[in-house]
Design a protein around this ligand. Structure first.
Ligand SMILES: [Zn+2]
Length: 288
């Protein structure tokens, strides 16, 4: 398992993101229109203290060094996996020290690489109860606004479930799970503190809050109104989180020009952007 991980990391370091171990079903590239943008190569960077980014120009993958193992947040597309591991190694860490991978939502662009990461590192995936159901099938949940797209990703056999407000402790770090449903019913954001000497910052990895739906879906339908109510719960939660630094699953959604936001109240800014998008969407539906 370790030699395979190293082989894949070496392959990723020496070539473009599409250079995969041949015929590997778990990293087999998903054909995605925005792949070049989402997986644009960028260097791994430190966010603050022992929190890093090991992802891409368009999709964020966070890494926390807890002193007793590593925690990742999200996994990108299946074909992203070798380069995530290469980025972890480039920062001087061992992929096999990844203990947990926290999932923000069961969609192919954030969960597609989970199965390969689990196989190659032995890590445990942690998700909300509703997200865990979808992650085990590799299919969209029946109430997902994007259901008609029928997008798929490699399923997981084992997912550890975590409840809203439950704490995950590893080493010197406590990560709190915060349910932020709407974009998917199981969407979960993750909050923790990272310190540099005496200075500490509250960091939030925010799940996608944008109202993206398949063609023909209506948020104003009875089922859609349940989703709208979920969004409102997510906004209320996100607005209460201590939030010095916001990392969003899709890089450009943080409201910053960089890879994460450090502007005042970035989580509230994120909520307002989602509220505006949802209001605009509902207004459009009323006209049709
Ligand atoms: Zn999504």
């Amino acid at each position: 398992m370790i030699s395979r991980t190293m082989l894949m990391a070496a392959a990723a370091l020496s070539g473009p993101v599409s250079s995969q171990v041949p015929d590997d079903p778990l990293t087999k590239p998903l054909a995605v229109e925005r792949e070049a943008e989402w997986l644009a190569p960028v260097n791994p960077v430190r966010v603050f203290g022992k929190t890093y980014l090991v992802g891409f120009g368009g999709l964020n993958i966070a890494m926390i060094d807890t002193g007793a193992g590593l925690i990742l947040v999200d996994a990108g597309l299946p074909q992203a996996e070798p380069r995530i591991l290469a980025n972890v190694a480039e920062l001087g860490f061992r992929p096999r020290d990844i203990k947990y991978i926290l999932s923000t939502e069961p969609h192919f662009d954030h969960a597609g690489g989970l199965a390969a990461l689990v196989r190659d590192t032995g890590a445990t995936v942690i998700a909300s109860p509703r997200a865990a159901q979808a992650l085990r099938t590799g299919r969209l949940a029946s109430d997902d606004p994007q259901l008609a797209y029928d997008s798929r990703f490699p399923p997981l056999q084992n997912v550890r479930v975590i409840a809203n407000a439950e704490k995950l402790r590893l080493g010197d770090t406590t990560v709190i799970a915060r349910a932020t449903p709407g974009h998917t019913a199981g969407s979960m954001s993750w909050a923790w503190r990272s310190c540099e000497a005496a200075k500490c910052r509250s960091i939030v990895f925010g799940s996608s809050l944008n109202p993206v739906a398949a063609k023909g879906y209506r948020y104003s339908s009875p089922a859609g109104q349940t989703v709208v109510a979920s969004f409102r719960r997510a906004y209320a939660t996100m607005n209460t989180l201590p939030c010095d630094i916001l990392i969003t699953a899709h890089v450009e959604q943080s409201g910053s020009n960089g890879r994460f936001a450090t502007t005042p109240d970035p989580c509230r800014t994120y909520v307002r952007a989602s509220q505006r998008a949802l209001a605009a969407r509902l207004k459009t539906e009323r006209r049709k």
